[in-house]
Design a protein around this ligand. Structure first.
Ligand SMILES: N=C(N)NCCC[C@H](NC(=O)CCC(=O)O)C(=O)O
Length: 448
């Protein structure tokens, strides 16, 4: 019997408090849209449309549930007292910035939920998951425990799946998950080369580091992940991001590079020591053909890449040796980037098609198509062990659209976050969602 292999995308379902609070220093879109009004309903529906379209393309597509917000547990830990509504009122009045941070729907960017190593790469032949600690931003540092719980309820079979605790909650081990992790392979089922990218060294300040914006991921975190997942030297490569591009708004490597199977698509300025690192990748990849598609400054500037998210695209396999690129409509709206993409698909590389998606609600917070998904390469037995209720199909699509219509607000201004009814609405919605997705009691409010 031949074993089949898949790459499954688990997209974050946007939560009911989706808003623009300007929480991410170093993320240009988050900063420039601060305090604009959002539409949680449109945001969730844009995400569902992308999931449905990829599922209709014959790809395996899953749904990753959002977190409970505002996070009243974090507020209590920080000294706010009373019942939930009193806690919200006190925090929103006395510490509005803190309150906005605990209200963020940022768990939608599931590329930051975890780092995943497929069973073909790991020493014990299991799929390994480590939730990202996201220490660099307070609002995101609230995510790893619940993300870990949701991952355990989706991949709930110790024969196939191994779950690790997130790395120590400290900037020395700052970890942003799959946004800084790319896997190249000749086929999903073959051992691959996992590329870990980092912005700085935590224990060696003599090494290059950005000057203006934070480097969210450290070398030491990358090393720890490779150890935990049981990778060998032969299937891991550690690459430093170019600090100069972090200072231009490339807060995650997936804003400047994306890879799939035998293609690495990246900007000329993405990395340090690029030539040596590409040689190391090629050596570890072996004899098989590997496409390094480098975009030159003269073709697309770093600024255009940051504004359009040309590299925050998904490269998905559409057949043997062919791929499509899933791009945000911002790429279509920029003449230089649109003509680059039109030319790219006519060249002799596996990338043959481009599909544009409107994910503008997410893009305004600096989250493109690739930020919205966590990739998990699985064989057919492993796929059969995934909680089937989270897999996208026509009926789940319809059910989730109805669920969004029933529970989500059409418009949300930052000031609306303090409305205590929003917490009640969100909990009602999430309680129903855990039943739809058969997740069990993954949220703190379900465990009180
Ligand atoms: N590149 C990847 N994989 N993910 C994008 C994450 C965007 C997210 N934005 C925010 O958290 C902004 C929230 C606000 O400002 O309201 C972040 O900066 O961590």
């Amino acid at each position: 019997m031949t074993v089949k292999h898949f790459e499954v995308n688990f997209d974050g379902l946007v939560g009911p408090t989706h808003n623009y609070a300007g929480l991410s220093f170093g993320n240009v879109a988050s900063q420039s849209n601060a305090k604009a009004a959002s539409s949680p309903r449109d945001a969730a529906k844009q995400g569902l449309q992308k999931m449905k379209a990829l599922s209709d393309m014959g790809l395996q597509q899953g749904v990753f549930a959002p977190h409970e917000r505002p996070d009243t547990y974090a507020l209590r830990r920080l000294g706010f007292k009373g019942n939930d509504h009193e806690v919200i009122h006190a925090a929103a009045t006395q510490a509005p910035e803190l309150f906005q941070a605990v209200s963020s729907a940022s768990s939608m960017w599931t590329a930051n939920a975890a780092t995943v190593s497929p069973s073909a790469d790991t020493s014990n032949g299991k799929v390994h998951f480590t939730p990202a600690n996201l220490t660099n931003k307070f609002h995101r540092s609230l995510e790893p425990v619940t993300s870990g719980r949701i991952l355990q309820s989706m991949f709930n079979n110790p024969r196939h799946f191994e779950h690790h605790l997130h790395l120590p909650d400290n900037d020395h081990f700052g970890d942003e998950g799959a946004a800084n992790h790319t896997r190249l392979c000749s086929d999903y089922g073959n051992a691959g080369v996992e590329l870990f990218t980092y912005g700085r060294y935590a224990f060696d300040s003599s090494k290059p580091a950005p000057q203006k914006y934070p480097a969210r991921q450290t070398y030491e975190a990358c090393q720890a992940l490779a150890r935990l997942h049981g990778l060998s030297d032969e299937n891991a490569v550690f690459m430093q991001q170019n600090p100069a591009v972090i200072d231009q708004g490339v807060f995650h490597n997936d804003v400047i590079a994306v890879g799939n199977q035998n293609v690495l698509f990246y900007h000329q300025q993405a990395f340090l020591n690029t030539d040596a690192k590409l040689r190391e990748i090629q050596n570890k990849f072996g004899e098989k053909e590997l496409f390094f598609i480098e975009v030159k400054d003269s073709e697309v500037s770093v600024q255009d890449a940051v504004q359009t998210y040309l590299f925050n695209t998904q490269l998905v396999a559409t057949g043997a040796g062919t791929m499509a690129i899933i791009a945000p409509t911002e790429c279509q709206e920029n003449d230089r980037v649109a003509s680059y993409l039109a030319d790219l698909v006519s060249r002799d590389t596996p990338i043959r098609q481009v599909h544009y998606f409107d994910v503008k609600q997410s893009m305004r917070n600096g989250g493109g198509p690739a930020c919205l998904r966590l990739r998990v390469a699985l064989n057919d037995q492993e796929l059969a062990a995934v909680n089937p209720a989270v897999m996208m199909n026509d009926s789940l699509f319809e059910r989730l659209n109805n669920w969004v219509d029933k529970h989500y607000r059409d418009r949300l201004a930052v000031d609306d976050l303090r409305d205590p009814a929003l917490l009640d609405e969100s909990r009602t919605a999430l309680d129903e969602l855990t039943q739809i997705l058969k997740l069990g009691s993954v949220y703190p409010f379900q465990q009180d």
